[in-house]
Design a protein around this ligand. Structure first.
Ligand SMILES: [Zn+2]
Length: 224
C-alpha cells in the first residue's frame, strides 16, 4: 500500500511525491538523447566558461517546476522537496553505466550562512542521495572558509573572484579522502560553475589522485 498525498507540483492526489503526469512534463536533459556527461554538450561547455573539472551530471535546466522545488527547499524549509529531487536525480541524471563514486562531498555553506538558514540544502539533498544509492556522504571534509557575497547579480569575472580561495579542507579530510579514488562533489544548483570550480580545485590540488565528478540538480547556464 502506498500512502496517498498531494503531488508537490500540481497538488492532485498521488501515490508518489511527484505524480506521474507531472513527472513526464519535467523537461530533463536526458530526454534529448545526448551524452550523459553534460560537459560534452557544446552549449553547456560554453556556458560554464573555464573550469578545471571534466565531468558534470545534472538533471535539468533551472526552470519550472524544478526551480520552484529547489527554492522551496532552500528558502522555505520544504524538506519533502529534497526527497523528490534526489529520486529524480538518481533515476535520470546519471545514466545506466556511469562510473559510481565511492563518496559524495556536499557543497558546504559558510558558518554565517548556515546560522542564518539553519540547514544546508546540499547536505539535505545529499542525505537522500546517500540513502537511495548507498554511497556515503562526507559532510566533514570540505569547508567554506570565506564568507562570500551571493553570486546572483555578479558578472562572471566577479563571481570567479568572489569564490576564489573560498574553500578549505577540514583537519580530518585526508583521513577520509586519502583512501578513496573516486568521489562526487554535489551542489544543488550550478550557475557559472565558478563555485563548483573553486571547490573542485581545493579538493583536486590536495588530492591529485582523486577522480572527481561534479553533480548538481539544476544548471542555469543554458539560458545565457
Ligand atoms: Zn502532479
Amino acid at each position: 500500500m502506498f500512502a496517498i498525498q498531494n503531488c508537490l507540483i500540481c497538488r492532485q492526489l498521488s501515490e508518489t511525491l511527484i505524480c506521474r503526469y507531472c513527472q513526464v512534463d519535467i523537461p530533463l536533459f536526458q530526454q534529448q538523447q545526448k551524452p550523459i556527461n553534460l560537459l560534452l554538450w557544446p552549449e553547456i561547455k560554453r556556458g560554464l566558461g573555464q573550469v578545471n573539472f571534466d565531468q558534470i551530471y545534472a538533471l535539468a535546466d533551472y526552470r519550472w517546476p524544478l526551480n520552484q522545488l529547489l527554492t522551496g527547499l532552500k528558502f522555505q524549509g520544504r524538506l519533502p522537496h529534497a526527497k523528490a529531487l534526489a529520486e529524480l536525480f538518481v533515476s535520470h541524471a546519471l545514466g545506466a553505466d556511469f562510473n559510481r563514486p565511492q563518496a559524495i562531498v556536499p557543497m558546504p555553506l559558510h558558518n554565517n550562512r548556515f546560522l542564518e538558514r539553519k540547514y544546508n540544502q546540499s547536505i539535505i539533498l545529499g542525505k537522500h542521495l546517500q540513502s537511495l544509492m548507498g554511497i556515503p556522504l562526507l559532510t566533514d571534509t570540505l569547508i567554506k572558509s570565506k564568507a562570500t557575497l551571493a553570486q546572483s547579480g555578479l558578472s562572471a569575472a566577479k563571481r570567479r573572484a568572489n569564490v576564489k580561495h573560498a574553500f578549505a579542507l577540514s583537519k580530518t579530510a585526508s583521513r577520509s579522502l586519502d583512501v578513496l579514488q573516486h568521489i562526487a562533489l554535489f551542489d544543488d544548483v550550478i550557475t557559472t560553475g565558478a563555485t563548483a570550480n573553486s571547490a573542485y580545485t581545493c579538493l583536486a590540488s590536495a588530492f591529485p589522485h582523486l577522480q572527481i565528478q561534479v553533480w548538481s540538480i539544476c544548471l542555469t547556464l543554458t539560458r545565457r
